[in-house]
Design a protein. Structure first.
Length: 388
């Protein structure tokens, strides 16, 4: 019997909502829809489990096992009770003993190896103690941290009796570059199932005061995570506002409660903590433009989710983002604040470009949906039937 890792659907320490958990949820929901019901599930009792998942497990009669933390989860996998174990977020499970179980995993990317540090991290540290800790880490443990991640990925990817699924050609070839002993044929690529929102998403009551800004704001998301690099985008927008005092467009920043120090045009920015999924879709749909300055992605849902609503996208030209978004967004170097401002200026001043990106984005999102649906059955067969 297969054991399905529901802990992958649960919140991480960094954020309540993240792409990996959304991917894991889509795999779980789709498996039930496709008739796969003869498997057991495991989840972490110390974290919140999605109510919809709980209900489906109860309705279908799936066996659900609760564990407390990684050690108990690994012990369960190693207990020889299950023939196969699947995890959509396996990075902490490098101690699973594959002599006893077939380990199928989705590895979204090698973010900690590809981009272990960037100077923007300093702007995400509050207080002298936090900054001092980062300084000590950079001065004395820089290589040790990278080597630790490299060792963990190596222990995970080089196991016997494993099948690796990944979500982009970028991620596949990153694995092959860092771990050349891997066989290319053993890494199966299937696009991440992007969770597209409703046609008319409704904004939660607590945010109704923002409805007046419909189509009158730039949007940034996941702003508390340094890897998403929103600080540089905020600096670029701040510079843009200083040069365009007549601009009435606001910037809504999701995932962060307070402004970064040193921002001059503070009245132009609205900071909100993480929001529910439907409200997030409302922001994607009603933004003037979506800016995605991420430093690294294995796939990257947000640009496609915004494009689904015809919202023009400005995005980083790094990692998997160009592979996923193709020629349907306006790209920039995510480490160059001037270049980000340049693209903001283009989208603001060039109405023809704006309208073209809106049309291209909507069609691109539709094409992504078609490809996902075509490949989804094959992906589930890899997980549940061991086929490729």
């Amino acid at each position: 019997m297969l054991l399905f890792d529901l802990s992958a659907t649960q919140p991480s320490l960094e954020s309540k909502f993240h792409g990996g958990s959304e991917y894991a949820k889509q795999v779980f929901f789709s498996s039930i829809e496709h008739g796969y019901k003869n498997f057991a599930c495991v989840y972490d009792t110390t974290k919140e489990l999605d109510e919809k998942i709980k209900k489906i497990c109860a309705d279908v009669g799936l066996k659900v096992i609760g564990v407390s933390g990684d050690k108990e989860l690994i012990a369960l996998v190693n207990s020889n009770q299950f023939s196969t174990f699947y995890s959509a977020l396996p990075y902490h499970l490098f101690d699973v003993d594959t002599s006893r179980v077939n380990f199928i995993m989705t590895v979204h990317g090698l973010r900690e190896i590809e981009c272990s540090y960037d100077p923007v991290q300093w702007h995400y540290r509050d207080g002298l103690i936090s900054k001092a800790k980062l300084l000590i880490k950079r001065l004395f443990f820089k290589n040790k941290e990278w080597e630790s991640y490299f060792d963990r990925f190596g222990r995970l990817l080089n196991k016997e009796k494993t099948k690796i699924i990944t979500v982009s050609e970028h991620s596949k070839h990153s694995m092959l570059c860092f771990f050349p002993n891997l066989c290319a044929d053993d890494v199966y690529v299937s696009p991440a199932p992007c969770p597209f929102g409703k046609a008319d998403p409704v904004l939660a009551k607590e945010y109704h005061y923002l409805e007046k800004y419909g189509k009158q704001f730039f949007l940034l998301v996941s702003a508390n995570r340094w890897m998403k690099n929103n600080y540089r985008a905020i600096k670029a927008l701040d510079d843009f506002y200083s040069k365009h005092p007549s601009c009435t467009l606001k910037t809504i920043v999701l995932g962060k409660k307070n402004a970064h120090p040193g921002i001059k045009n503070t009245e132009q920015f609205i900071y909100i903590d993480y929001v529910d999924y439907e409200s997030l879709d409302w922001f994607y749909k009603n933004a003037y433009a979506f800016i995605y300055p991420s430093l690294n992605e294995g796939y990257g849902y947000p640009p496609i989710q915004a494009m689904h609503y015809g919202t023009p996208v400005l995005a980083s030209a790094v990692s998997s983002i160009p592979e996923v978004c193709k020629n349907n967004v306006l790209y920039f170097n995510p480490t160059n604040i001037n270049e980000i401002e340049n693209r903001i200026s283009q989208i603001y001043h060039n109405k023809k470009l704006y309208d073209n990106l809106s049309l291209l984005g909507r069609k691109a999102a539709s094409d992504v949906s078609v490809v996902q649906n075509e490949k989804w059955g094959n992906l589930l067969s890899v997980i549940f039937d061991g086929k490729c």
